[in-house]
Design a protein around this ligand. Sequence first.
Ligand code: CTP
Length: 423
Amino acid sequence: MPLGRGVFRKKLVLVDHRRETHAIAFQLIAPDQMPFSAQHNPGSLDDRGRQLYLKLDPGVWLVLRPYQQVQAGTAHISAAEWADLFVVAPVTANLLGKVAAGISDDALTTTLCAYSGPVMLAPAMNSNMYLNPVTKKNLAFLRSIGYTIIDPEEGEMACHTVGIGRMAEPEAIFSRIAAFLSEKKTPKRKSRAKPPAETDTAFALAGRKVIVTAGPCREKLDPVRYISNYSSGRMGYALAAAARGAGADVTLISGPTELAPPDNVAFIAVESTSDMLEAVMAHIDSADALLMAAAPADYAPLNVAAEKIKKHDSALHLELAPTADILKQVAKRKHPGLAVVGFALETENLIENATRKLKDKTLDMIVANSAAQSGSGPGALSNQATIISDSGQITELPLMPKRELADKIITLLAEKIRQPQIK
Ligand code: CTP
């Protein structure tokens, strides 16, 4: 991965949670500043045990220079003010619970609590602990407030069980760090006194009724099978949290996902595209905005088999019928005060296809993202989007966590709602 020179001016706190009492902040320096001896001894500390040299990919070095021992006094505050990124790996279920609850009872959690910039956490724990609903809720909450979670992988763990929960490979974690720090825009540190939702969007949608759809739809094939897609629901859930943060009265209509709904949001669980259509139509007349982030199915089996379809040696032909397009149905009875935002995931001709959908579905805004962009799209924690408005305004945004993108969409939506042609 090519790293721009700017990356080496960025600083990060990188914490190995297993040695949390030795939490150290590091600064990246350019590979050409690396001593000759270290080039032959990658992954090593220098003579004084203070510099760490790591080889990421062939030809790419990250050189990490200890900035500060985090031990006592107010060191946690200065480390928290100094860093551009805070990475913790591995993150245990216990640490996750403490961070989600705001508990600060050691050097690591105190520093993290005092830190207001971007955070990456790489969980690692036994599968049962990882799949525990409490852990899932903590992960969902931390994601909803903008933390980047580097998902664990399947494999053998320290307890010798095999399953999901093994920490992502260090190389994968460093690639995420390098990709993040290489982004053109330097992540701004945010003041704790004014968290992002309050700074940009607080009260922007106060008193407004907002419907958000999220997740995939499932179309039944027989009693044990369905057709669906890879949508995780993360973008829709982030939008629901962002709209709620902006003071809106939010109804989240969601297909099946692994996520916990944000707090203080009315939640309607649906399964098929026709269920979702029905739920949207039941709420649309009193709504000020619809954010259609769900991935409904375009086709559903024409006939649902009453019994399990049995296996045969010959090919199986399924007959599929088009489902209703929810946005087109909404357009037919759109009242003048309703702002409608669509989403377009494209594998080619992004702007052209998204602009066509904006017009065909009578949208006020469409959020387009390319399935070809790595780190973006269904299942990813971040998204790289281009927002096209019906006035022709095109806003191209960099890759960012879905929660941050959600705040930007909500800001643009609030501006639209204030415009007279919508009201
Ligand atoms: N959408 C909808 N009803 C459907 C399918 C999609 O309301 N039955 C909405 C999506 O929620 C999204 C927008 O339409 O906000 C665009 O969805 P997308 O899947 O990108 O486009 P399609 O219209 O399905 O067209 P294609 O699959 O050919 O790209």
